[in-house]
Design a protein around this ligand. Structure first.
Ligand code: SF4
Length: 458
């Protein structure tokens, strides 16, 4: 992290690209120079406070004053509510290009908070000086100061003990959030269930040891209240509601409708007649009560007899996105993984969801079944994905298999002489599947991306 940002001679790099007048979302902003320090550019929007220091350092806070992101010229640190910090760094051409990502140790995560807080204090203290000269202000210096100061005070007070208290509150409400689909990292998670209803797939240890149970309606109502209080103003930056944990959609439709009803008591969802893809940012961005819909995971082997009518009812009650772990299109491989679904069941489920205007995310496990099953995995996954009526608002995620020593997958792979793919071979496998995909031009192309479980933080 750059602790001593160089003084820029002229305009700050961030300001050139994100000037106060160029970004309509910046409701208030100020620029000035710290005594014997860098120029500071502060921008407040309906979702965050950003402090740009010198040429390269940017500090992002949510509106409750939590540090959420730090970036400099070539790397950034994303701090999650659980206190975990994901560090990402651009690799140089000599290093092969691309990004290197890793979750910091708890100690290093605390160091990020420790190192950043003095910058926020320095900016806050400078702003207390009545004689401070502003180089830029929006709308006026007095008004900007008045709007920025309360959030900046929270940011300046966000030291290590405050961060630790915040993490404790998070854990008291959530325990932990094991995983979310990548486009849902910014969701408000609400946990109607705990653990996985099946918990038997050999490759998945996300919920091992977590007893599966559903919350009562009253318990869920209280959980939502606690979550809303905890997130506070930070909710203004959150787009959708993610119904957890694991496969919460396993619950019967009548129970899900009760859960959705309880959500709607306290939060606002888009009107049923609004197309799933048509909920724009103007509906939710900067609003602490509004969300663009409910999202959740679903397994193709549970509630296989749910009808289109039931899905429509759930959609009308707020369901907008469903994520299905296809894993592979190869039925025999799926059986070997002890996932009691069939690719045909996943296909049927996706068709039903699309018929009901629900956005779908399909997750494929890259490298699963090793070299021995690779040909079938690639061929059948391409076949099944090509039969799914996916379009431009849907997602296909490629999740590289992570094998933990001693896990069920590891033991079974050893006894069946299944040899793992290297990370380069996994990239090649993902590429081969991508190259085999064909999409209907009228429906458009879904969003294709990697889904790295190891770098998930919430
Ligand atoms: S993959 Fe899904 S169904 Fe299988 S154990 Fe994990 S959460 Fe449960």
């Amino acid at each position: 992290m750059n602790e001593n940002p160089q003084h820029p001679v002229e305009a700050l790099r961030y300001q050139e690209k994100r000037g106060l007048d160029d970004v309509p979302a910046y409701a208030a902003g100020l620029q000035f120079q710290l005594t014997d320090g860098p120029h500071v550019y502060i921008a407040l929007s309906g979702t965050e406070l950003v402090l740009y220091l010198g040429a390269d350092l940017a500090l992002h806070y949510d509106l409750k004053g939590r540090l959420v992101k730090v970036s400099d010229h070539e790397q950034f640190w994303r701090r999650s509510l659980s206190g975990r910090v994901l560090h990402s760094r651009k690799l140089t051409a000599e290093e092969g290009g691309g990004m290197e990502r890793g979750v910091l140790s708890d100690g290093d995560a605390r160091t990020v908070v420790q190192q950043i807080q003095p910058h926020a204090i320095a900016v806050f203290e400078a702003l207390q000086d009545a004689g401070l000269v502003f180089e830029l202000a929006k709308p006026s210096a007095a008004e900007a100061r008045q709007r920025i100061e309360p959030v900046l005070r929270l940011a300046a007070n966000f030291d290590e003990p405050a961060a630790a208290r915040d993490v404790q509150q998070f854990q008291a409400i959530y325990g932990r959030v094991a995983v979310l689909p990548p486009d849902q990292y910014n969701a408000l998670v609400l946990q109607a269930t705990e653990g996985c209803a099946y918990d038997g797939c050999t490759f998945c240890g996300l919920y091992r040891g977590v007893k599966h149970r559903k919350k009562s309606v009253d318990e869920f109502r209280q959980h939502i209240r606690d979550a809303i209080r905890y997130h506070g103003e930070g909710l203004r930056a959150r787009r959708s509601i993610f119904l957890g944990e694991a496969n919460a959609l396993t619950q019967p439709t009548s129970i899900l409708k009760d859960f959705f009803h309880v959500i709607a008591e306290q939060l606002e969802l888009p009107p049923p007649e609004q197309a799933s893809s048509g909920v724009g940012a103007s509906w939710w961005l900067g609003d602490e009560k509004r969300f663009d819909g409910i999202s959740s995971f679903l397994d193709a082997f549970t509630n296989t007899n749910r009808t289109a009518t039931e899905y429509r009812e759930l959609r009308n009650a707020g369901l907008r996105r469903v994520y299905i772990g296809l894993e592979t299109g190869d039925a025999a491989l799926l059986e070997w993984l002890r996932k009691p679904a069939t690719p045909d069941a996943a296909l049927k489920c996706v068709r039903l969801l699309k018929e009901c205007d629900i956005i779908v995310g399909v997750i494929v496990l890259v490298g699963v079944g090793g070299h021995e099953n690779a040909a079938g995995h690639i061929r059948e996954t391409i076949r099944v994905l090509n039969e799914m009526p996916l379009g431009r608002n849907d997602y296909i995620y490629f999740s590289p298999l992570v094998v933990y020593p001693g896990s069920q997958y590891d033991t079974q792979a050893m006894s069946d002489a299944v040899t793992p793919l290297s990370s380069e071979e996994m990239r090649a496998q993902e590429q081969e599947i991508r190259l085999g995909l064909r999409f209907d031009t009228r429906r458009g192309k879904p969003y294709l991306a990697r889904y790295e479980l190891e770098t998930f933080v919430y």
